[in-house]
Design a protein around this ligand. Structure first.
Ligand SMILES: Nc1ncnc2c1ncn2[C@@H]1O[C@H](COP(=O)(O)OP(=O)(O)O)[C@@H](O)[C@H]1O
Ligand SMILES: [Mg+2]
Length: 333
């Protein structure tokens, strides 16, 4: 499209069974080539949104276009443009990784030679070449997710949907996945729509994010803008002596000074990059010196807290992780 918009929703709405409002008047606009994050706790409506955009379920209200095609009237055209990595594991455990990808590429009618070439390249991209001819049942959780990631890419889609791509993985495996997602976006030049209830994941990957809760968009922006909009970095300082620490309130850019233990103060400032030199000057002028100093910028968790009044960590993960574990277990039997 002329202005670079590749996905656009207008009051997109899904009400299940006539009364469960899973997605409510959702308006988002996604630009070609970006990684767009849909962030929110369990039950926020992320998967429902994805399922509508990938034409798996029909909206009950509003509309959306993907690559310029209406998701209801032109669902076949939409499907040709997209790759999907669903929240739940879908690969066949009794086949090898390579066989799984082959099967999907046949489903999409990718010519054999082309498929071979793509598969080779994709396996390399996520470093699964060595495991490609092993049965998937022997894969670790991280390897399975990597396989799923490339299964969604074998037919060279322009747009890739990743629904909770690191759900249930340990933190180290998750950060590895982030690198693969970045590589894919850069090397294959696809637009990526990523959902996650891990806000640090969205922060690490997305150029733009919509934070959603109860089916509604609360705020949209780049992670750095959203964090910056909170106004307030925290400088924590342990001093040789706390006398006159209170006077730091007079330093320009300082919002608040709070006592935080023996000779320790937390100083809330508008922007630590600017305030820190002034605070340091103030300290030396008052013949104090610092023993320890940390600067903390707000995270997306704080942004979520600001807009919802509650912490996303309180509700992180439980049910979905259980479901995934159950699916994996069932698949293994
Ligand atoms: N097939 C369904 N039938 C009825 N309710 C559903 C169905 N799928 C999801 N829901 C409900 O819709 C809401 C949003 O769910 P979902 O889109 O899965 O959220 P998320 O992916 O953000 O966790 C939840 O309240 C969920 O219970
Ligand atoms: Mg979900």
């Amino acid at each position: 499209m002329m202005d670079g918009t590749i996905i656009e929703t207008k009051n997109l709405t899904k009400i299940y069974n006539g009364n469960i409002k899973a997605v409510s008047d959702l308006n988002i606009s996604i630009r070609e080539g970006e990684i767009y994050g849909l962030a929110g706790p369990n039950g926020a409506g992320k998967t429902t949104t994805i399922n509508m955009l990938i034409t798996r379920i029909a909206p009950t209200g509003g509309s959306a276009t993907v690559g310029g095609f209406d998701i209801v009237r032109n669902s076949l055209a939409v499907r040709r443009l997209i790759g999907v990595v669903p929240q739940d594991f879908t690969a066949d455990e009794d086949l090898t990784g390579r066989e799984n990808i082959m099967m999907v590429s046949q489903f999409y009618d990718v010519p054999k030679a082309k498929a071979k070439e793509n598969i080779g390249r994709l396996l390399k991209l996520v470093e699964l070449e060595d495991a490609a001819d092993r049965l998937v049942r022997t894969y670790s959780g991280g390897m399975r997710k990597r396989l799923e990631l490339i299964i969604g890419l074998v037919h060279e889609p322009r747009i890739l949907f990743l629904d909770e791509p690191t759900l249930g993985l340990d933190i180290q495996t998750r950060t590895q996945m982030w690198n693969y997602v970045r590589e894919i976006q850069q090397k294959l030049n696809v637009t990526i729509i990523l959902t996650s209830h891990y806000l640090e994941e969205i922060d690490a990957l997305a150029g733009k994010v919509s934070i959603i809760d109860h089916g509604k968009v609360l705020i949209t922006g780049s992670p750095s803008d959203l964090k910056a909009s909170l106004k307030g970095d925290i400088i924590t300082m342990t001093l040789t002596d706390q006398k006159s620490a209170d006077l730091m309130k007079t330093v320009p850019g300082v919002i608040e000074v709070v006592d935080a233990g023996p000779n320790t103060v937390k100083i809330k400032v508008e922007n630590a990059d600017e305030a820190l030199p002034r605070v340091i000057n103030f300290i030396s002028q008052h013949e104090l010196s610092t023993i320890k100093l940390t600067v903390q910028k707000p995270s997306l968790d704080e942004v979520f807290l600001e807009y919802t009044g509650r912490s996303i960590r309180d509700e992180e993960g439980g049910m979905d992780r259980m479901k995934t574990a159950m699916n994996l277990r069932r698949a293994r039997q």
